[in-house]
Design a binder for this molecule. Sequence first.
Ligand code: PPS
Length: 325
Amino acid sequence: MKPKRTVRGWTVKSHLVTAETEMDLPSRPEVFDFHGVSMTHYFTDNWENIQNFQARPDDILIATYPKAGTTWVSNILDQLYFGQTSPERQTSIPLYARVPNLEITIPSLQPGSGPFSTAYKGTDMVDKLPTSPRLIKTHLPVQFVPKSFWEQKCRIVYVARNAKDNVVSYFHFDRMMFLQPEPGDWSSYLLRFMEGKMVFGSWYDHVNGWWKKKQTYSKLHYMFYEDLIEDTGREIDKLCCFLGLSPSIEEKERITGRVQFDCMKRDNMVNHSTFPGMDFKMSSFMRKGKVGDWKNHFTVAQSEQFDEDYKKMMKNPTLQCRTEI
Ligand code: PPS
């Protein structure tokens, strides 16, 4: 019999409300090949609704490979758009409900009326968003993005993070998130990352696919996690330019302070401490927030092998990610 563990669950009302609940944990999902991309059922079960999703012209899509800085950029955009008009939003609604993940679908995991008894669909969450614009999060590789986003010419912000820090962050996330496949040990995890067997597929295909799209789709702003670390204010300026926003200097300073790592780590509305299914005893969601933590994980041999392989996978010289700053 599987052990019962206390995990966070949810009850869906106007947004997510969480509660501790004791239940049998579902088994960790397996990845499978889905149109050439490794995925789990949590992101494919609602596929028809995802593909038929009706975007609006002012929707803003925040697209990333998992663990590249999605939460950071989502918070920046939420602050930019709604920080002044509805500040209560930031103190009462978790960020993952303000900026829902379009493709996530979690079936009801237990009968009754308690946490996990209601199925959760990202598409429904987006449909219920009362805001304008709607901020929508996705980890989909570019070829899976619902066509209405292109037809409606929506603005898209893509964030890339260097592969070495990205895989380290993903490894720790998979350790603490029971809706993700079992990560196994670090060395086998790293090999699977290099083979593209992660949820949402190959990092190399993801960052390259979106980079290529940028060449033909002008409403795509491609940014890097390392640049945000280096100079958050400068990157917010670039974002504002792309979005056509002109906040006051004071407002920009307020936002820059609000989205610093330590501030976000303390903020229960953004640090995912209320997100269902995460075991914070294993790792934190806001874990380190650094460039170069990979040096604490890769052996010299692993780093050399990774770099060799990287050269073969990343042929486009215009796309450069920094592993240190
Ligand atoms: S997810 O689950 O895909 O949405 O995760 P995502 O938000 O993309 O990535 C989580 C990593 O981003 C780091 N993070 C930050 N770093 C610096 N400053 C700020 N403000 C910030 N916010 C989030 C977070 O700590 C995760 O990285 P690691 O390396 O694991 O710490």
